[in-house]
Design a protein around this ligand. Structure first.
Ligand code: MGD
Ligand code: MGD
Ligand code: SF4
Ligand code: MO
Length: 812
């Protein structure tokens, strides 16, 4: 019935399995209660008993947002209200089956569930789209309205006109899972009705996801972080686990423990002195955004000039590093070595001075780093996803992979592939969602184009996949547990305009808060939050730890809210497919079913009733740290990669063919080598005369994207502020705490400035995810960075280059 799937781009494919049950190690369910009792917790009870008014009880639930973790939370419930949130009390304080402690956000989940912004009733738009004017309707009216719009859209345009927009608000759930589209209940319903237009890749990793197959054949993570104890040196390009993997069981914890154990020297390359650069690193190397490929070329120049590269590794495992290892048909001078030494078409040697001028990293530092990186064995080269969320992010990602190849530390303990860290992943089953009869896909990012210019969108012009071109415009949007309709998408003002245009567009938003995207709904359906329903929380990224959480129903759905499964069942009834949709099962029945399937794959997972009391199941990877490509390293002939050559392709003939055949907009370039490409709104763009500062938008501990953005405790603890370097602030007479306007041709954000040497000169950062809140003049007082970002996609992935923006800052 169910299948095992790699659940998210945050999780690595299932590589190993183990059956070390937390319950076995800790003494079973009784130990959970026992541990809790020692900590002064209340006795755990199955959730249904907790819904009455008979005194406080504790129920396991989970925080299922998209931060890379899925922390269990123990909710104290009194009189149908959550009155207290406790973190995971089970397990220890070391890497063996540790506690999975919730971060500041999960601990504030009560303020998200009991929030004044909660949607209470189904609603229908009455004012202009986006005005936020709605009338209350009944569930019957809501189901009729959705069914009617679905029918008329499909009749008129076909199923390709129905789009499931990105939404990761409940990424960690199973039945209520919100992404990828194919894993959702919405997909299950649409697949019974003829299918839907799908999207490929994601806002997290569009550029690197698209780059991977050309370079490695498929997604290949780096070594898991518990392996850092085996490294001599760790180099993190724009990876910030101490802010983006904050769970007590997650990578913050794993890296901290590894560092304590080995004191491994750690270098962070980032435009900002990130939390990781502060708490984990020995050295912070500030770099201009979007220039990592230039830094790598400069490092390569030093290595090649001093013969420091691992030539034996490059010769055996790679194609395209030098002229002797180019594929047939490649032009002379097209190897990476030629590019670096200035013997390629551009004739420019990529010396440390050349790289320094582009990256802002001093030439002396580049020379020193090159020697240090080449000399440390083993050395782990790793990148987060900030460097690739850029207008030439595909090349930045591949450049970092290439650096890993040059030092030959791929597939060995202590080394790394240049990708983001792997994590152990146990085998689990998924909610079955049936097959989509429509094969056409657009990129996750250019769906807005498909609303107003679908007839121009082809495989070669816009990266349409599964078909040569789009045959219908998007006319029905399901936005379930996502804010990517507006707030998390780019160029909010233009996006709002696109959404306002077609009269026959229907937008159905299923959320539980009145978010920015919810304001743009035609039909707004109030979902139950996670503690209001039962589900299985899938594991997050946590080194060698795998885990599952049985998130029980702690409180009854509030007001008229209904769990998404019940909402979709209501629509299915109107569309005549209720029996097929439910197969006679309730949500709890499905959870039991998926759990039974999971137990076939991982037998140590407890049965439903035990799990309900126990809350968490944990196991450790039986083989220790995950070391991707170890097989390839051991025997590349027997275990070739799935690239055309079977090797790591530093020069990709497939990319050269794309460069020759795709219709790219002016200024966009796809290259066979991971070259540095001067790109739109990069440091060399003449637009800098008007907008001299590079703007990025880091992921922030105050929120997970926009989720938790309306929680008062978090707003107070981690306020929304724009980072600016003292030199840039002085030029503009700006002091910390001043209100400034951040401006470009796309919009204006009014925000408090934080003047800090923790950001490179010439760069500002507005933490992404704050809620867009325009005043009467259209000035965004909410501080949403997407007021300023661009809809122009990256060349190869057609992905979101949301960290590539030029702006000016003025004091108000
Ligand atoms: N400028 C800029 N923009 C970015 C990024 C960036 O770095 N810079 N990052 C991008 C990335 S990596 C991502 S993943 C996307 C994330 O974009 P989204 O996937 O849109 O993530 P969120 O903003 O967290 O929105 C999740 C929504 O789900 C809702 N939700 C939470 N729980 C539930 C539930 O139980 N039921 C329902 N129905 N709804 C629920 C929340 O209220 C919220 O509206 O943003 C992207 N946008
Ligand atoms: N607290 C919190 N945690 C989260 C999220 C959240 O919103 N809040 N979102 C989650 C999600 S869905 C995702 S996809 C991940 C995102 O994880 P990432 O994409 O890795 O996070 P970012 O903050 O975008 O970027 C990481 C670092 O890269 C830096 N950076 C930006 N541009 C460049 C560049 O050109 N070069 C270099 N070298 N560095 C650069 C940033 O300053 C930042 O410190 O985080 C997840 N975790
Ligand atoms: S936001 Fe992430 S790290 Fe924080 S509690 Fe939720 S799942 Fe855990
Ligand atoms: Mo993401």
């Amino acid at each position: 019935m169910t299948t095992t799937t790699p659940r998210t781009p945050l999780d690595t494919p299932v590589t190993r399995r183990s059956f070390v049950a937390w319950s076995a190690a800790a003494g079973g369910a009784a130990a959970a209660v026992g541990t809790g009792a020692r900590l002064g917790l209340l006795p755990l009870t199955p959730a249904r008993a907790a819904t009455g008014g008979d005194g406080p009880r504790q129920v396991w639930s989970a925080c299922m947002v998209n931060c890379g973790s899925r922390c269990p939370v123990l909710l104290t419930v009194e009189d149908g209200q959550i009155t207290r949130v406790d973190s995971d009390p089970t397990g220890g304080d070391d890497l063996e089956l540790p506690q999975i402690r919730a971060c500041v956000r999960g601990r504030a989940i009560r303020q998200r569930v009991h929030n004044p912004d909660r949607l209470k009733h189904p609603m229908r738009r009455v004012g202009p789209r986006g005005s936020g004017e709605f009338e209350r309707i009944s569930w019957d009216e809501a189901f009729d309205a959705v069914a009617e719009a679905l029918r008329s859209t499909i009749d008129r345009y076909g199923n390709e006109a129905v789009y499931l927009n990105y939404g990761t608000g409940v990424l960690g759930a199973t039945v209520a899972c919100s992404w990828p589209p194919a894993a959702t209940g919405v997909a299950r319903l649409m697949n019974l009705l003829g299918g839907y237009l799908n999207h490929y890749s994601d806002y997290s990793t569009a550029q690197i996801t698209t780059a991977y197959p050309f370079h490695y054949g498929e997604w290949v993570s780096g070594n898991s972080f518990d392996d850092l104890v085996n490294s001599q040196l760790v180099v993190l390009f724009g990876n910030n686990p101490h802010e983006t993997r904050m769970s007590g069981g997650g990578e913050l914890f794993v890296t901290t423990r590894a560092k304590q154990a080995s004191q491994v020297r750690t270098i962070v390359i980032d435009p900002r002195q990130s939390e990781t650069a502060v708490t984990l690193a020995d050295e912070w190397v500030p770099i201009r955004p979007n220039t990592d490929a230039a830094l790598v070329a400069g490092l390569a120049h030093v290595m090649i000039s001093e013969d420091l590269q691992d030539q034996a590794f490059l010769d055996r495992y790679c194609v395209g590093f030098d002229e002797d290892h180019l594929p047939d048909g490649a032009a002379p001078g097209s190897s990476y070595r030629s590019y670096v030494l200035g013997r390629g078409p551009d004739g420019t040697p990529k010396t440390p001075d050349w790289a320094a001028a582009i990256t802002g990293v001093p030439a002396g530092t580049i020379t020193r780093l090159a020697r240090e990186i080449a000399g440390a064995k083993p050395c782990s080269i790793n990148q987060g996803w900030g460097p690739q969320r850029h207008s030439n992010g595909e090349n930045s990602a591949r450049a970092v992979f290439t650096l890993a190849a040059m030092i030959g530390q791929i597939g060995v303990p202590g080394g790394g592939t240049g990708g983001r860290e792997a994590a152990y992943s146990m085998a689990t089953a998924a909610f079955p969602t049936l097959k989509n009869p429509v094969s056409t896909e657009v990129s996750v990012f250019n769906w807005t184009d498909a609303i107003y210019r679908h007839d121009e969108m082809t495989a070669l012009s816009d990266g349409v996949r599964g078909a040569d071109r789009l045959t219908a415009p998007i006319r029905f949007i399901w936005q379930y547990a996502g804010n990517a309709l507006v707030n998390q998408h780019a160029d909010i003002n233009r996006t709002a305009e696109i959404l306002s245009e077609p009269d026959d567009l229907t937008i159905v938003v299923i959320d539980h808060q009145m978010t920015v995207s919810a304001r743009y709904a035609d039909i707004l359906l109030p979902d139950a939050s996670t503690p209001e329903q039962v589900d299985l929380a899938q594991q997050g990224s946590a080194g060698a730890l795998g885990y599952l959480v049985l998130a029980d129903r702690a409180i009854e759905p509030m007001w008229e809210c209904r769990p998404v499964y019940d909402i979709l069942t209501g629509v299915a009834e109107r569309m005549g497919v209720a029996d097929e949709f439910t197969e006679g099962r309730s949500q709890e029945d499905w959870v039991r079913e998926v759990l039974a399937e999971t137990r076939k794959l991982t037998p140590a997972v407890p049965d439903f009733e035990t799990f309900r009391r126990q809350g968490i199941y944990k196991e450790m990877s039986p083989d220790g740290p995950v070391v991707p490509l170890a097989d390839f390293r051991a025997d590349p002939e027997a275990n070739p990669l799935s690239t055309p050559s079977g090797k790591i392709e530093i020069y990709s003939a497939a990319l050269q063919e794309i460069a020759d055949t795709w219709e790219l907009p002016e200024g966009d370039r796809v290259t066979a080598l991971p070259e540095y490409v001067e790109s739109r709104e990069g440091p060399e763009d003449p637009l800098r005369e008007r907008y001299p500062l590079q703007l990025i938008g880091h992921h922030y501990k105050s929120r997970t994207h926009s989720t938790y953005g309306n929680v008062p405790w978090l707003q107070e603890a981690h306020p929304q502020e724009m980072w600016i370097n003292p030199a840039d602030a002085a030029d503009r007479d700006v002091r910390s705490g001043d209100t400034v306007d951040v401006v470009n041709d796309r919009g204006r954000v009014r925000i408090v400035a934080r003047v800090t040497p923790r950001i490179a000169p010439g760069v500002v950062s507005i933490p992404q995810g704050a809620w867009f809140a325009p005043d009467a003049d259209g000035v965004d007082l909410g501080g949403s960075v997407n007021t300023l970002t661009s809809l122009h996609p990256s060349p190869l992935a057609k992905g979101n280059a949301q960290h590539t923006n030029l702006v000016e800052v003025t004091r108000t």
